[in-house]
Write a protein of this length. Structure first.
Length: 192
């Protein structure tokens, strides 16, 4: 393996993280770097990097269309009110992320969580509405959720202070399951 291949692997991983997490300082700087790499190493060397940028631009457009779709659908719009829900649709062959195994929640726990926690219910509804919208826009494409790349804000109040944590989806889900599990257990004990 040559040095330029090792560099490409690391650069691709770091660029992907910057793009997914919105941490890139400047799109122009990133495009300039890709152009330099293209000049030095050839077109094929940068094909996947360019595809990542195209996916980010397409995702911005898709989020605008999704907002328009919600404004035409009052039921979905009211349920998603107050939820900042943005999506990035990534081409599976361009991004350096590994496929994750399915995260399966036992049905009884999922049902309890959705009944007890309005935020979890709204989040589940967001996924359903977007899936429906995406399938209407792109018939025949398979949509796979990369939960390990998603993130959300958890707001908590502790010692008279408010704290906001930006955490991954699995952490948010675990927190919801823990909180709802405690409430469900207390509820079950009171009803015996």
């Amino acid at each position: 393996m040559e040095d330029k291949d090792v560099f490409q692997k690391f650069y691709s991983n770091m660029l992907a993280r910057r793009l997914v997490n919105g941490l890139s300082i400047s799109d122009d700087t990133e495009v300039s770097m890709i152009s330099r790499l293209k000049g030095a190493c050839g077109f094929e060397y940068t094909t996947k990097l360019q595809r990542m940028f195209q996916d980010v631009g397409s995702s911005r457009d898709l989020n605008i269309k999704f907002s328009e779709y919600l404004s035409e659908n009052p039921t979905s719009q009211s349920l998603l009110k107050g939820v900042d829900f943005t999506i990035m649709v990534l081409s599976s062959n361009a991004w350096p992320f590994q496929a994750q195994t399915a995260f399966v929640i036992p049905p009884e726990i999922k049902q309890r969580t959705l009944q007890a926690d309005k935020a979890a219910k709204n989040l589940a509804h967001c996924f359903e509405v977007f899936t429906t919208f995406y399938q209407q826009q792109h018939n025949g494409r398979k949509l796979s959720w990369c939960y390990h790349l998603s993130r959300g804000d958890v707001v908590t109040h502790y010692t008279k202070s408010r704290y906001t944590f930006q955490v991954r989806y699995y952490t948010t889900l675990t927190e919801h399951l823990t909180v709802c599990g405690k409430h469900a257990t207390q509820f079950d004990r009171r009803n015996r």
